[in-house]
Design a protein around this ligand. Structure first.
Ligand SMILES: Nc1ncnc2c1ncn2[C@@H]1O[C@H](COP(=O)(O)OP(=O)(O)OP(=O)(O)O)[C@@H](O)[C@H]1O
Ligand SMILES: [Mg+2]
Length: 242
């Protein structure tokens, strides 16, 4: 695979939920090692876009390719098996399982590489001392911020080359938001490709290379993160500028 081949190409997709149309001709690309943010208000279609890439919803029109091969009609597990990790909206940890068990589940596809896995688990515990301290605690009793860290650590243990993340800062205090973004920054430095859905445009635009703004299921604006951060309309609508 050429380094220049995009990881994700979404080409003019429509998505319907029954009679409701959620996406209208959305196109978006994510290059290798790129961080791309999808911004927009509630119900603008951000999660639907990410779910389309993961095979959780099927576009009624248009195509999606991952590393040059179509994903249309593929099941989520087949897509995940192509090196993609997902950090879904609302973290989705297994509440009745311990922190340690949740981490092991993240590493499940790698169960044969026991020794390497032990090293990676140590690295996770170094990066997230709280998870080490709390490894026996039931995940459902962790705070929202702790659960988000667990969801990120679990995704990283799969050794993904591409991660799809839906609103990692939702409901977190500024301190935890900073921690989440430190993790994402380190993933970017490791060369992991990131498709990031966020309402927190300020944080997302600091991290991202490029961004797309969705409005009512359509791409309203797109460009480099730097250009969008200084775009008057984006600043007014999403960055709280006058
Ligand atoms: N399973 C579903 N069934 C019916 N409609 C749905 C379903 N999922 C999403 N929708 C609708 O599709 C539209 C886009 O939803 P989506 O979840 O993609 O928005 P979003 O931008 O992620 O919003 P939020 O910021 O609130 O998470 C909304 O109008 C929503 O009601
Ligand atoms: Mg959403």
């Amino acid at each position: 695979m050429a380094e220049t081949q995009p990881r994700i190409v979404i080409d003019a997709i429509d998505v319907h939920y029954g009679a409701v149309q959620a996406l209208f001709g959305v196109s978006l690309t994510v290059g290798a090692r790129e961080v791309v943010a999808v911004l927009g208000g509630n119900a603008s279609g951000k999660s639907t876009t990410i779910k389309s890439v993961l095979g959780l919803v099927r576009p009624t029109k248009g195509t999606i390719t991952l590393d040059g091969a179509p994903v249309n009609g593929q099941r989520p597990d087949a897509i995940i098996a192509r090196g993609v990790a997902s950090v879904p909206e609302g973290r989705r940890v297994f509440p009745e399982m311990s922190v340690y068990e949740n981490l092991l589940l993240g590493a499940y596809p790698r169960r044969r590489e026991a020794r390497e896995l032990a090293g990676d688990l140590e690295r996770v515990y170094d990066a997230f001392p709280r998870l080490k301290e709390r490894r026996a605690q039931l995940a459902g009793t962790m705070s929202g911020g702790e659960q988000q860290m667990l969801a990120l650590a679990r995704a990283w243990l799969r050794k993904p080359t591409l991660v799809c993340i839906d609103e990692p800062s939702m409901g977190l205090s500024p301190r935890f938001v900073d921690q989440v973004y430190e993790v994402l920054q380190s993933w970017k430095a490791q060369g992991i490709t990131i498709l990031l859905v966020e309402q927190n445009a300020r944080m997302a635009l600091e991290l991202a290379d490029r961004a797309y703004v969705l409005q009512h299921g359509r791409v309203a604006v797109s460009g480099t993160a730097r250009d969008l951060a200084s775009d008057p309309q984006v600043r007014k609508a999403y960055l709280g500028a006058a």
